[in-house]
Design a protein around this ligand. Structure first.
Ligand SMILES: Nc1ncnc2c1ncn2[C@@H]1O[C@H](COP(=O)(O)OP(=O)(O)OP(=O)(O)O)[C@@H](O)[C@H]1O
Ligand SMILES: O=P(O)(O)OC[C@H]1O[C@H](OP(=O)(O)OP(=O)(O)O)[C@H](O)[C@@H]1O
Length: 208
């Protein structure tokens, strides 16, 4: 049995066509079902539905053989204990800093609200800015509006969320897409099954 970890929502929606091209069609729809393990049209493949941030953990420990995770999540979690063989190009966005539209140039010691604590720490250290990082779990855009932070580090796609809150993107930290990650032991023990899936994904991606 090959177990693939995916998160509900945009990664699942974007991954579905790729999985289907590889002959893997989930039997239940995670939007309708409360099941966390989804059988598929292939007897030897199942999906586990977990939070996006938990995908590296499940794969690292071998609870899933492989998974699909955003590069943002992998950067924050650390991916040393995983293989990351394929950029799937899905759920594309950018990790950026953002401030209120009328904010002055950031200087001195700044406060930054984000859920990407380690990535933000690394980024501000690299550019030589002293930053106090405040960990939030969501609604980062609110932080500068209520005086909690000078700046946020968050994902930006259309920019609509920033705009709706009077913020604007400043610096690009990195481009983000979702990656296929594979457990290191599984890559050896289930090599043939995993490699053939990788090959199939690559064929599908090459056609896009
Ligand atoms: N606006 C966006 N456009 C494109 N891709 C995005 C966007 N927001 C997030 N992503 C990517 O999709 C991944 C999953 O995001 P999603 O919003 O589905 O879950 P989440 O809200 O981060 O996690 P959870 O719901 O578990 O808290 C992110 O890790 C990122 O790689
Ligand atoms: O630039 P945009 O197109 O507006 O996208 C950016 C938003 O998308 C993500 O949130 P998401 O939609 O996943 O909602 P969430 O806060 O529930 O994660 C991200 O955290 C931003 O808030």
């Amino acid at each position: 049995m090959l177990t693939i970890a995916v998160s509900k929502g945009r990664i699942y929606e974007d991954a579905l066509p790729l999985l289907e091209e590889a002959g893997i069609t989930p039997i239940d729809d995670p939007k309708k079902s409360r099941k966390l393990i989804l059988r598929t049209s292939r007897d030897d493949v199942q999906l586990v539905i977990i939070r996006a941030t938990d995908v590296p953990t499940f794969v690292e420990y071998g609870a899933a053989d492989m998974g699909i995770a955003g590069k943002d999540v992998l950067l924050e979690h650390g991916a040393e204990n995983l293989y990351e063989p394929l950029d799937l190009g899905i759920a594309a966005c950018r990790l950026m800093t953002a401030t209120p539209v009328d904010a002055a140039e950031l200087s001195g010691r700044i406060r930054v609200a984000t859920k990407y604590v380690k990535t933000a720490q690394r980024y501000f250290a690299d550019i030589g800015v002293q930053a106090e990082i405040i960990k939030l779990y969501g609604s980062m855009e609110l932080a500068p509006l209520v005086g909690l932070a000078d700046c946020i580090v968050d994902l930006v796609d259309t920019g609509n969320t920033l705009k709706a809150n009077g913020l604007e993107a400043r610096e690009l930290i990195t481009h983000i897409t979702s990656r296929l990650v594979v457990n290191k032991a599984a890559m050896k023990m289930k090599h043939q099954a995993i490699q053939s899936l990788l090959d199939q994904f690559e064929i599908t991606l090459a056609k896009r």
